[in-house]
Design a protein around this ligand. Structure first.
Ligand code: DGL
Length: 271
């Protein structure tokens, strides 16, 4: 265990590669922090699973990262944040942040007409977590939710622009037409990579909320408040762990993260 708490890493987990969009933002805002990322690539996707299963996976991921002596736990996965945040908070003694609340807060602040759209995986949408979080801030907001399951494989295939991405976005987001929505929450780790296409379909007047950006601000505030923010004395480290072969994670992941991935190891979190 490090004697200086600031040197302890930020632990981030996701169902797979997508959470690297969150890590990318964390590293942009907090480049001097040490980080450990766990992608549960053997059990992805979480977005089609039951809350019980996602909670069990989230506990196992948390247990693995806790052994790594992390100072704060970041649940980068929207699906896992939607269903397991409270359960995890009650189990660990370090601060835990999920992506839902920061995204919800930013959306409520951004909307002018109080009509907000949320897009996410089936499990995230079914959980109603974004709606509950937004209504807790301002019960007058009207929230429209849409599951867009094809967006995840589309992004993993690298088809983030062009004809096919536009067609899929048109088809899904037609559900938001005539609702007068002025703000849309990108409620899934993969969707920031489709920002351009989604913005084109929704039109210039609609504000897109990227939970990855919002959660990074929240982490910064928590670390500063608790005196846990690391000042650069020596180079920071990045460690990556996956539960399936690292090959695919490396190929696609560097695009998500926008930098090279080194120090990657395959581990088993289930036992
Ligand atoms: N990481 C998931 C999320 O943000 C998307 C991929 C999955 O379904 O596991 O909801």
């Amino acid at each position: 265990m490090s004697s200086d708490i600031t040197n302890r890493p930020i632990g981030v987990f996701d169902s797979g590669i997508g959470g690297l969009t969150v890590l990318k933002e964390i590293l942009r805002v907090l480049p001097d922090e040490n980080t450990i990322y766990l992608g549960d690539t053997a059990r992805v996707p979480y977005g089609i699973r039951s809350p019980e299963t996602v909670i069990r996976y989230s506990f196992e991921n948390t247990k693995f990262l806790s052994f790594k002596d992390i100072k704060i736990l970041v649940i980068a996965c929207n699906t896992a944040s939607s269903v397991s945040l409270d359960a995890i908070k009650s189990r660990v003694s370090i601060p835990v942040v999920g992506v839902i609340e920061p995204g919800a807060k930013a959306a409520v602040m951004a909307t002018k007409n109080k009509k907000i759209g949320v897009i996410g995986t089936e499990a995230t949408i079914k959980s109603n977590a974004y709606t509950k979080a937004m209504k807790a801030i301002n019960e007058e907001v009207e929230v429209f939710c849409l599951a867009c399951p094809l967006f995840v494989p589309l992004v993993e295939e690298g088809w983030t622009e062009g004809h096919i991405a536009s067609m899929v976005a048109e088809k899904y987001l037609a559900g938001f037409k005539n609702k007068d929505i002025d703000t849309v929450v990108l409620g899934c780790t993969h969707y920031p990579l489709l920002k351009k296409v989604i913005a084109e379909v929704m039109g210039a007047g609609v504000r897109l909320i990227d939970s990855a950006i919002e959660i990074s601000q929240e982490i910064t505030v928590i670390l500063e408040d608790l005196g846990m923010k690391r000042e650069k004395k020596s180079p920071s480290f990045r460690e990556f762990y996956v539960t399936d072969s690292p090959e695919r994670f490396l190929n696609v992941g560097e695009k998500f993260l926008g930098q090279q991935i080194e120090h990657i190891e395959k581990i088993n979190v289930g036992n």
